[in-house]
Write a protein that binds this ligand. Structure first.
Ligand SMILES: [Zn+2]
Length: 119
């Protein structure tokens, strides 16, 4: 049970994961859609706070996923653990906003026009 100390119950929602892990926004979104595809209601907190990183302690800026229904929590936790332990998938394609080219996930900028993936 030792590593469970970051799991906080609030009565309304259950904190699933976030703050103590350097999980990128992309990971949060991936987990959220994973849960939603399975019919588990969840919400993201601190979604917009990450923009304030640098002014606030980093642990206060990272997005967190909360589960709305207690009954879903054990299953959600299992899914997140499985997702965490899965090999990191970095090959998801992205669309260049500049030229519309499909770029393989391992590239951080467009091979065609040179635009950075994140601006
Ligand atoms: Zn491009």
């Amino acid at each position: 049970m030792g590593h469970e100390q970051d799991v906080r119950a609030t009565g309304l929602v259950k904190y699933l994961f976030g703050s103590n892990n350097m999980i990128e926004r992309a990971g949060i979104d991936a987990v959220k859609s994973l849960l939603e595809n399975d019919g588990i209601a969840c919400l993201i907190r601190n979604e917009n706070l990450s923009m304030a990183a640098g002014e606030l302690p980093i642990q206060d800026c990272l997005p967190e996923i909360w589960i709305l229904n207690d009954d879903d929590y054990p299953r959600a936790h299992e899914m997140v653990e499985a997702w965490r332990n899965a090999p990191i998938e970095t090959h998801e394609q992205w669309l260049c906003p500049e030229c519309g080219e499909n770029i393989e996930g391992q590239f951080t900028s467009c091979w065609k026009c040179g635009r950075e993936r994140r601006t």
